[in-house]
Design a protein around this ligand. Sequence first.
Ligand code: AMP
Length: 217
Amino acid sequence: MRTLVLLGPPGAGKGTQAKRLRVRLDIPHIASGDLFRAMRDTPGVLAEQIRGYMDRGEYVPDDVTVRAVLERLCQPDAQKGWILDGFPRTVAQAESLEQWLQQRTHSLDKALLISAPTDVLVERISGRIVCANCGAIYNLQTRPPRQEGVCDVCGHALSRRTDEEPDVVRTRLQIYQRATEPVVAYYRAHAKLLEVDGSRPMGTVEIEIDQELGLHE
Ligand code: AMP
């Protein structure tokens, strides 16, 4: 079983690297943000609450988050391992994950931190637009669609996620710094932390990640 946590602020490239590692390692990529986006869109009181936290760029409470993620890790496709993206974001979440693994006589393999300076992150995220229909992701600066506002893949209209407006992005980065940096310290103290600089071109970051994880042939 291979278990990997990806850490880093929004915009550092975690999602992109996770998708690549999923293919490389043949284990699922589980993003807590995706779990919450799915839960938010299912009618009910919990969905209302989750929508409120997400629209304000705040964290969903630990108990709700831990329950949602651990439930997902119990699914059949996650039995040979997983790459977690966006979780844990607090030390309490990290401790819950480690306890859960230990009950199954496991321990987390590695936590991979992808970091980048704040100005790079704000520019990257607030330039991001997505297709709500097929999930394709574009960037106004680095990867614009062929026709403005229209998805290249399916022709649907493109939009910005409500939590990717510049003001909300800055709130998310402040919250990240306050709450998640202790998680980095937690994994460093447990000798699980690997670090790469995510501000460099994607190909360079990929090579370094593979080296850190010992994946280079
Ligand atoms: P993301 O797509 O990872 O940026 O997540 C989008 C939103 O989902 C975040 O801004 C939070 O509101 C919520 N969220 C995702 N993961 C977590 C987590 N581990 N703890 C608390 N809230 C989370």
